[in-house]
Design a protein around this ligand. Sequence first.
Ligand SMILES: [Cu+2]
Length: 177
Amino acid sequence: MTHLSFLASAFVGLSLFLAAPAPAHADSGISITVPYAFATAEGQANGAAFMTIASPTQDDVLTNAQSPAAKTVEFHEHTMDGAVMGMRKVDSIAVPMDMGVTLNPMGYHIMLIDLNAPLVAGDTVPLTLTFEKAGTVDVTARIVPPGTVPEGAPAPVMDHDMGHDMDHSGHDMAPAQ
Ligand SMILES: [Cu+2]
């Protein structure tokens, strides 16, 4: 399965769970809410991880991520050109003090490239995130079936800053409510 069809099926299969977030506290002041990753099929090379990141006391920047589960970890940005979904690598992800940032299948995500083993739903995958100011934060992402959103995680919404040249008037990719 290509990454694009992976994201597409994830998008189509979204189920919405809205519940009070239970932040995982880190010493740095960074708080990570409901980190999760999509399970992968046998032979699928890449996976993706998502979470909500808050930095209550300062603007920060997520500059690096690593995981023992994958040989390479990158940050990606979901893109939309008309109705065609794609993604591009980004060097870092800003975490504004007031807003934080939510990584989700329709926005930024952490790409686990060249997985050592398939990600199995019900298991967890460790990630080490590095922030410009807060330093290193370890998180444990729950692995969920592709296209699902774990309880407490916000439903994916397209970031309006993304999707350059996107025609908002007629495409059929808007999240169903
Ligand atoms: Cu990606």
